[in-house]
Structure formats: C-alpha cells, structure tokens
Write a protein that binds this ligand. Sequence first.
Ligand code: AMP
Ligand code: MG
Length: 359
Amino acid sequence: MKTKRVIINQENQAEALREAAELLHQGEVVAFPTETVYGLGANALDSAACEKIFQIKGRPADNPLIVHVASVEDAKKIVRYWPAEADLCAAKFWPGPLTIVLPKDESIPGIISAGLDTVAIRMPSHPVALALIQAVKVPLAAPSANISGKPSPTDGEHVWQDLNGKLPLILDSGRTDYGLESTVLDLSGTNPTILRPGGITREQLIAELGKVELDAGVNGQLQASAKPKAPGMKYRHYAPRGKVILLDKESDSEIAEAVRFQLKNKKNQEKLALLCLRETASILESEIPVKVDLLYILGSRNNLQEAASRLFEGLRLCDEQGIDIIMAEGMTTEGIGLAYMNRLQKAVGKNSYLGFEKI
Ligand code: AMP
Ligand code: MG
C-alpha cells in the first residue's frame, strides 16, 4: 500500500483532516499526532477497522486499545456508569494525557477491550487529534503508531520509519510534547488505581482524588503467574535492538564506575551508547568523548519532564546507529520520573515486569 505523509501546517490542515476523516469512515487506519505519542487510529465502533490496527502493529490480541473522544459527553456514551472521580479527573486533566478505565457499554466491540468488561478512554489535547475526532464524529481507537514492542513514536518520522507501506495516511506534526504515553487510571474498582504511569503524575492525581494506588504490575512486583490488570504492560516493550542497561545508581561516582566497567568489558566490535542527563555527562566528560559511540543528552536535572520526553527518541537513535549496548541513566520515581523509570524498566526486558536489571 502506498502511504501518504502530510506534514501538517495551517494551510493544509483542514484538507488533511477531511481526507483522514474520509478514510476512517471507510474503515481505514490513519496515524495522527497526540500530545503523548503518535496514535494509530481507527473507528472504535468498527470491529473490522480495529482489527487492522492489530495486524499493522503486530499487536497481541490480548492487549486492549485506548478509545479517544473529543468531549466528556462522548466518553459517557461508551461506559455503563460515570463515577464522581471520573468527573473530577476529566475536569482537571482533560483534554490531556490521562486515560480512565470504566465498565464498557455494549457499543464498544470486544476486540477493543480484548475481552475485558472495561474500556479505557482518553480525551487528547493535541489540536490535530481533537480536530480529527471532531471531524470523524466517532470515537477513535488508537494505540501508539509503532510496530509492537519497539519504542513509541514521538515524531512523525518515527511513524514513517515503522509503518510506511502499511497504511494509507500519516498526519505529521513533528515532535510530540510529552514523549511518553498517557497515565492509565482504573476507576472501575473500589480504589482509583494507576495501571500505567504516564504524563499525569501520581502526585497530581492524589491532589485531586485523595488516595491513588499503584497497581502491582507497575513497579515489577507482580508474580509471573499473576494476571496484570493492564494486559499490555506484561510484554517487553519500548525495546530497541540493543541491550539496555539501567544505570540506577545512588551517586555520580557510582554511575562513573558503572560506565567505566562497561567500557572496559565491551567486546571489540560492540558499539556503546550512553543516554544521560546533561549534568551527568559533564561529570563523566573525561571518559566519554573518546570511547562511547553515542552520547545522547536527555536534558537537564532541572527539567525532568523534558528529559523523560526524549527517552524514546534516544532509544530509536541507538537503533539507527547500530548500538549494541545502551546505558541509560535512571531518575527519581517521583513525578514524571515514575513513567520514565517504568518505560526504561520495560525496555530492559528480562521478563519485563519482573524487575530491574542491575549491573
Ligand atoms: P498503548 O495503546 O500501546 O499506549 O497501550 C494501551 C495501554 O492501556 C495498555 O497498557 C493496555 O493494557 C491499557 N488498557 C487499554 N484498555 C484497558 C482496559 N480496558 N483495562 C485495563 N487496561 C487497559
Ligand atoms: Mg504502545
């Protein structure tokens, strides 16, 4: 299939949205930007169209899709009930990177919820995403627009690299703001529970809702036999080709020691990358320029939001440059750091949610 890629600007936006809406009505799949990562969208009320999403991505059928809406009213139409907590969250965080899980209405096909009795819903804030949902006038099911298992796409170029030839249209608005997926919050049980940390932090949710639990799957506390509540999180995810090593160390000197260890023990042909904060790079300066094949600065310690938003881009760059070993600096698990560490943990792999790999 020939893929058209439209770099969106003020002049062509209306026409591009019209074309995208028409394709979606015909049961086709279209990639579009959101403020988190790029989405691969299909009409959420059309099972056959949603089936295409799974085929294109190579996504396991037991990994449910998030449904994107353009208003709270539209969200209410696809759930069996809408609790007071959902009102609080929507008023504060919608449109934005918060996904809410609630018991689903029958109009939502089983393929979207992967057989679960619930549906995950989000109202995105990216103007192109919102305008597209408004133009189509149906909710859009949309997972990240990448091949399953690879780092999520934070730029139209990433979507192009992964999906060119597999879908008719990519709407490209350049780099996304958050660069990490939405927070998935389950409001279908007794207590609000984070199933996946993301753009909206646990602290922000606690400020609104009081108590917010963290699902056992998030921090790798889940036993191999246990059934994760966010099925998608059980897979190795966000993974580049190279081996990822998490530098989850207490101090700069410990990080320096770990980097030195990796440099000393690398095999001749192996290519090494270091993804770290600017301040760490300055401290390690004397070691790195000569020996590391790729030094990727995520951002500053003073702006962890920005640093976290560059993680996927950094991992993808490693793939492009044929890196074999990727050392990535850890950060605090407070604020946006929880989502960053969660994605890095999944990229490390090792039975995914079973634990961090320490050097
Ligand atoms: P992605 O679309 O790739 O960003 O992944 C969507 C995430 O939302 C995955 O971790 C899913 O497991 C999770 N999710 C989607 N629908 C549900 C649901 N009904 N209940 C729990 N988690 C869900
Ligand atoms: Mg994804």
